[in-house]
Design a protein around this ligand. Structure first.
Ligand SMILES: O=C(O)CCC(=O)C(=O)O
Ligand SMILES: [Fe+2]
Length: 313
């Protein structure tokens, strides 16, 4: 899947854009999401909150405008703070198949080796146009994402974990609609850059040298892969349509994921193939059990940053 030159480039720069990785998985994923949104839509329509609107993209934008919460029911993880007994999330089989797409796992194997765990820090991000954003909208799943390193938003317990992020473009990601940007050279630093915890965990601008910023457009089906120390953000969506991505993470099996309260599973094992999870129903069940367990537990805070640090003022 990756050439020796691509592997070398990833090691040298801490990120890599690879086109056409999960293209064949996307039609089924789109269909699954259309159906999931349709179920929500029927409820909102029955409650008089939205009008009749055809099309996934139009419905997402109309839902945001109407204040209908589409993010959590379509996300592929539970919230990290409060987990209510009935909090929804998406665990459809097409999405599971995308997460274990052979070309994607070949790419991951080329970078972290053949014993691969699917890390539960993972999200869908379906972003409406910036012109629709409400004042005070800071959620990184809905609006632009501030500069951060993924290691900086994970518990310290995973600081030595060999992990990569695989960011999947479901529609073409462009500078106009809010693609990712990376800070070149950031992955090889010894220490994390400072982050401030509010309103969205982020590295203050004074630590970002504009000359080192590189936007990373990628076509639908392509991915951006990056190292947990590679600082990145995303641009605002200045189009009239949505920007849709998934971000998945994979780590070497047996190492801490950074979110021990959430389920992990073996996506590939050359040594013990019988341990691989291949059943989407099992994946859904793991999350159902996690929801049940966490809804009875106190909330765990997981950021290491102090909002009273001088650079956060
Ligand atoms: O898509 C975005 O806006 C940000 C994604 C991100 O931070 C990540 O994939 O780690
Ligand atoms: Fe990130």
């Amino acid at each position: 899947m990756l050439s020796q030159d691509q592997i070398k480039l990833f090691k040298a720069q801490g990120f890599l854009v690879v086109e056409d990785v999960v293209t064949t998985a996307l039609p089924a994923v789109r269909q699954e999401y259309e159906a999931a949104l349709d179920t929500l839509w029927q409820q909102w329509r029955a409650a008089g909150r939205v009008q009749d609107t055809p099309g996934f993209e139009n419905r997402i934008i109309a839902a945001y405008r109407a204040g209908c919460e589409y993010f959590q029911p379509l996300d592929i993880s539970l919230p990290t703070r409060e987990v209510a007994t009935d909090v929804p999330m998406h665990t459809g089989p097409a999405t599971f198949e995308m997460m274990r797409h052979p070309r994607l796992l070949d790419l991951v194997e080329a970078l972290i080796g053949p014993e691969i765990t699917s890390n539960p820090i993972q999200h869908v991000r379906i972003k409406p146009p910036a012109t629709d954003m409400r004042d005070g909208e800071h959620r990184a799943h809905i609006t632009k994402t501030l500069w951060h390193q993924d290691r900086g938003v994970t518990q310290e317990i995973a600081d030595d974990t060999n992990m990569i992020t695989v960011w999947i473009a479901v529609n073409d990601a462009t500078v106009q609609n809010g693609c990712l940007q990376v800070l070149k050279g950031s992955h090889s630093r010894d220490d994390l850059l400072p982050h401030c915890p509010l309103p969205q965990v982020g590295i203050p601008d004074e630590f970002i040298s504009q000359a080192d910023v590189e936007p990373l457009p990628v076509k639908a089906g392509g991915v951006v892969v990056f190292h947990p120390m590679c600082a990145h953000n995303s641009l605002e969506n200045h189009t009239s349509g949505i920007r849709w991505s998934f971000d998945l993470r994979y780590n070497v099996t047996g190492q801490p994921t950074g979110r021990p309260q959430f389920p992990e599973w073996i996506a590939r094992s050359r040594a013990h193939p019988e341990t691989e999870l291949r059943d989407p129903a099992q994946w859904a069940k793991m999350w159902d059990e996690t929801r049940r367990r966490l809804s009875h537990q106190p909330v765990t805070e997981f950021y290491r940053w102090d909002q009273n640090a001088p650079y956060c003022a």
